[in-house]
Design a protein around this ligand. Sequence first.
Ligand code: LLP
Length: 415
Amino acid sequence: MDHFNYQNGELYAEQVPVATIAGQHGTPCYIYSRATLERHWQAFDQALGDHPHLICYAVKANANLAVLNLFARLGSGFDIVSQGELERVLAAGGDPAKVVFSGVGKRADEMRRALEVGIHCFNVESESELRRLNQIAAELNLSAPVSLRVNPDVDARTHPYISTGLKENKFGIGIDEAQDVYTRAADLAHITIVGIDCHIGSQLTETEPFLDALRRVLLLVDQLEQDGIPIEHLDLGGGLGIRYHEETPPEPGDYAAALRELLADRPQTILLEPGRAIAGNAGILVTQIEYLKPTPDKNFAIVDAAMNDLMRPALYNAWQEIIPVNTEPHGDPRYYDVVGPVCETGDFLGKDRALSVAEGDLLAVRSSGAYGFSMSSNYNTRPRAAEIMVDGDQIHVVRERESLAGLYAGEATLP
Ligand code: LLP
């Protein structure tokens, strides 16, 4: 459930008409609902109940400071993949001791900074990374807390671009080698083993692949215990899907209940790294129709948002619902491809959508709160959109629309 609903034919974000926000702050703009974000975060937190746990929100899904700050206030942890994300978490008041650092390509300077601020753990994805981390921790006279990210070789049954838990993917250490790597890690003077980590993909709509992965991880935990390597936490990654269209993903409560069945007597703290399931349906992208362009083959609704604002349709052929902000019809619905002004055929937000609209109308692309703004770019020298957070009847600009001059402010011509 989210807080973007119609009242008398008009789309609202919580208690504010979306058209009012567009009128005040222009389009395209992202609108987030505080109540929805908090509700979704709490759904995960409550689902794990009294089992020791930490929800580490995946910053990449939506890294706006206001969003991170809401979660920090709830006591959230954070899953980061760059120093940039770490600095955002710190700037938003997040607790570094609740940060886990994922990613296959951590640079030395990133490791150093993360060690200095005292993060909870590094999710290490290769032996080379482990050796580098040991060396940098030695230079700082510290010990680096480590989980190895294991690749359990399970099929997440999701889009191939966002499936990460198969042998052929670049992520993690093969589960069959993991025991040996743990043994070698345990011998490194500046590494402290704290956990095991596993993330098999994103937008999963079934529980079974998660449970498959967990079963394999638990076997490894037992082997490691026999080797005298105790594991304090299990990080099961993110990946729970949301409903964009006709998907029926498990609710966080069902997902967590299934996990807890396998974990019943295990003392380990559970870490989860949800991103999409928290932020996805807590945001919309609002855009205005510039032109309607009927052609003998297709009707196009040309809008002022484009693939640079919302890349998912172009990149994954992802389907996101597109709805009118004002439902007052303009004649019989027609099928439109909703496209942006960018010079690429792949620049579409949706195809073959039945809409009864006129030029100047506002449309909302639903489920845009995760991997929306965070994947946006300045392609075609387009300023990135404003981001707005609604809180009850209050409208807060949480990121100003970029200015045109700002887009080339750091550039220089030759003398
Ligand atoms: N943890 C790790 C290590 C990850 O790589 C990811 C996502 C997450 C957690 C969060 O996964 P989530 O709960 O959001 O599924 N841009 C794509 C999604 C890429 C996901 C990458 N990793 C999209 O728009 O569908």
